[in-house]
Every structure is written in structure tokens, then in C-alpha cells.
Design a protein. Structure first.
Length: 387
């Protein structure tokens, strides 16, 4: 069996093996690309406050309002947009004691609690386990199966996509110049049958999207295989073991600072005046021991990376005692913290989101068109052999 026959064999059977997973996962991905826009539209009355103006309520008061919704359960952090029309979004998560085979069984709830910062009232409550927009994300990453199992199914299919892109270029490669011309553009006539159009879409469309398919598959594999992630770190010249150092614990034996959360938010905003979003974590529970309170400050200076600075504060004194800024990050850290935005197409806004959507839909189409090509050839072979 020569090299091209081996590539053909691999391309066919890997495609048949992963086809259904690829179709479901990538169709869902094409929707989730627009998660922010869809959320702003579908949950408009929760996302946006009714009226902007007046003094904002203290974060501690808004936090108490969010905690009452979950019956004093744990609230992990709040996300604050620089858009004054958008409500503060608190996140509450409670792990399930008994996990089943579906994704939603891992927790008792995963709430997004929208609180009007001007009135202190809760204006929206979403359990993201059942939010149809977030479900597109869950389906994409693990088919709504238990994550520990499902993400390997999707990761394996993603690896197959990567291999099929490589074998696909081998199968597409023309023998001569006339064949090359036929494989780079559609030459359809009114009499051209749908099978020929399907074949051309699969092959010609595949060559024009080839590099993008490889790219999105490569960025997607990061969440499944450590060996893949570590390999990218090495390509970037970094040692994964030396990146993302653990934040040191804060000093103990200091008194509680009044207005702690307001102070931390103001401090982060002053450090990055052009901030777009602030994410403030909360103490797991009130104790006499000082804990870490994080303030993640997101912004966009046009560098092409997903930019954010991380500041760690002492939960008692309010002292900012540790920082990891974008300028301090090594190349591997910048890539890893940007990989999600790169993979979902949000890194450059609307143009890359449209690109990610089109690539996702085309990838979802490929196993369907590939199956039809194989099935048509099988039927043709059957007729020729007299079966």
C-alpha cells in the first residue's frame, strides 16, 4: 500500500469514526461563538439595568443580595463591565455530592446572578447548566456528557480532525497543472449533478479552509491533552513547569479593612484606567485568617493577546501584595491565557467571530459530505459488481 492509499484509508475510516461527534460538536460551536451577543439579546432584561444614574451600592451589599438568592450559599466572584448600563454579574457554584453521567450532574447549581448596582435588586437569575446558550458550549466541549469522559471523546475527535486535515492535503494534491486548475475552483454547469457539487465542496472548500481547520483544531486540543499543550510551550521556548507560579499566601495578624471590596476595585481600576472588565473574587467564608482576594483587570491595548492583569490582595488589610501583569507574562503564558479567545474567534472581534463561525459550520459539513461521497462510491461499486 503506497503513501496516498494509506492516506485515503486513514482519511475514510477516521472520518467515519468521528463524523457524528464532529458534526454535533462543531454545529454547537458555531452558535456559541456568539455567546456574548446572544446573552445580551436573549437575557436583555437581566443584563441591562432599567435606569443608569445615582450612586452605586457597595459591593458588599450587592453580594449579600446575591447570597440571599442561593440561600447564603457560596458566591465566588463578581464580573463588572465598564458599560454602566450592564448589571453586576455574580457567580455561584455548588458542587454535587453525587455525580452522574451528564455534565449538569457535577453541581447542584451554577448560577449567574444579575444585580442592579444602582438599586441593589436582583434582576436576573440563570442556572447556566440549562441555559441554551451555555449548553452549546457544553455540547461542544463534551457532548453534555460527564466532563471527565466527554471531553476525551471530543478531544479525540479533534485530534482526528487534525490528522484528517493532513491526510486530506495528500489526497487533494494534484498530479499536474491541469488537475491543479480543476481543484482550486468550481466548474459547475446547469447539468452538474449534486454528487459532483458535493464532491467539489468537500475538496475545493477543504483546501481553502485547510489552514484554518488545522489552526482551530490545534487550539482546541489544548483542553484535552497535556502532551499537546506542553509541546506548544516548548515551541514557544518556555518550560510549562516554570509558568503560572502559585500565588503566595498573604500575611496574617492584621485587622479587617473597612470597605475592602470597594477599595480593591478602585485600586485595580486606577492601575489600568482603560479597563474593560473587573472580576473580583470573594472570601470563601469569614475567618480570622487572611485569605487571597483576586482582582482580574481586563483591557485591550491592541496587542493581539487576550490582555489581563491579576492582582492579589490580603482579605484583612486590603494590601496588594502580589501581581502578574500582562507585561510580566512570558510568551507561553500570554498564549495560554489567550488560547480561549483565539479558539472561539473573539480575539479580534467581529471579523474573527465570523471566520470561526464559517469554519465551524464547514467542519460540521465535512463528515456529512464525506459520508455521501463514500456511500455514492460504495453503491457504484456494488452496481458494477452486479450486487
Amino acid at each position: 500500500m503506497n503513501f496516498k492509499k494509506t492516506a485515503s484509508f486513514s482519511h475514510l475510516w477516521l472520518g467515519l469514526l468521528s463524523g457524528l461527534v464532529v458534526f454535533i460538536s462543531l454545529t454547537a460551536a458555531s452558535v456559541f461563538v456568539w455567546q456574548e451577543e446572544l446573552t445580551n439579546w436573549y437575557y436583555h432584561d437581566a443584563v441591562y439595568v432599567k435606569a443608569v444614574g445615582g450612586h452605586k451600592k457597595p459591593v458588599s451589599e450587592l453580594l449579600n443580595a446575591a447570597r440571599r438568592v442561593v440561600k447564603d450559599g457560596p458566591v465566588g466572584y463578581v464580573s463588572i463591565s465598564n458599560d454602566p448600563r450592564k448589571a453586576y454579574v455574580f457567580s455561584a457554584y455548588k458542587e454535587s455530592a453525587v455525580k452522574g453521567w451528564t455534565f449538569d450532574s457535577r453541581s447542584e447549581y451554577e448560577y449567574k446572578i444579575y444585580v442592579d448596582q444602582y438599586t441593589g435588586k436582583v434582576i436576573g437569575l440563570i442556572d447556566t447548566r440549562y441555559d441554551w446558550i451555555n449548553c452549546m458550549y457544553i455540547i461542544h466541549i463534551c457532548l453534555y456528557l460527564n466532563y471527565d469522559f466527554g471531553h476525551y471523546v471530543v478531544g479525540g475527535a479533534t485530534l482526528i480532525i487534525f490528522v484528517m486535515a493532513l491526510t486530506g492535503i495528500v489526497l487533494w494534491w494534484p498530479k499536474n497543472k491541469p488537475a491543479f486548475k480543476q481543484r482550486i475552483w468550481f466548474r459547475w454547469k446547469k447539468t452538474t449533478k449534486w454528487r459532483r457539487k458535493n464532491y467539489d465542496l468537500h475538496n475545493i472548500g477543504g483546501i481553502y479552509t485547510w489552514i484554518f481547520i488545522l489552526f482551530f483544531a490545534a487550539t482546541g486540543l489544548v483542553w484535552t491533552f497535556d502532551w499537546w499543550t506542553n509541546g506548544i510551550y516548548r515551541l514557544l521556548g518556555d518550560d510549562s513547569a516554570k509558568l503560572f507560579a502559585e500565588t503566595p499566601k498573604p500575611r496574617q495578624g492584621v485587622s479587617k479593612r473597612a470597605g475592602l471590596y470597594e477599595y480593591i476595585l478602585q485600586d485595580g481600576a486606577e492601575r489600568v484606567p482603560a479597563w474593560q472588565n473587573l472580576q473580583l473574587s470573594f472570601e470563601e467564608q469569614e475567618t480570622d485568617t487572611a485569605q487571597i482576594v483576586y482582582n482580574i483587570v481586563r483591557y485591550n491595548s491592541g496587542s493581539g493577546w487576550d490582555e489581563w492583569d491579576e492582582y492579589a490582595y490580603n482579605s484583612k488589610s486590603g494590601e496588594m501584595y502580589h501581581a502578574l501583569t500582562q507585561s510580566q507574562k512570558k510568551l507561553g503564558e500570554k498564549w495560554r491565557t489567550s488560547n480561549y479567545s483565539i479558539h472561539t474567534g473573539s480575539i479580534y472581534g467581529l471579523p474573527t467571530k465570523i471566520l470561526a463561525t464559517l469554519i465551524s459550520l464547514f467542519c460540521a459539513f465535512l463528515p456529512v459530505s464525506g459520508f455521501l461521497i463514500w456511500w455514492g462510491r460504495k453503491k457504484k461499486t456494488g452496481r458494477m459488481s452486479g450486487k
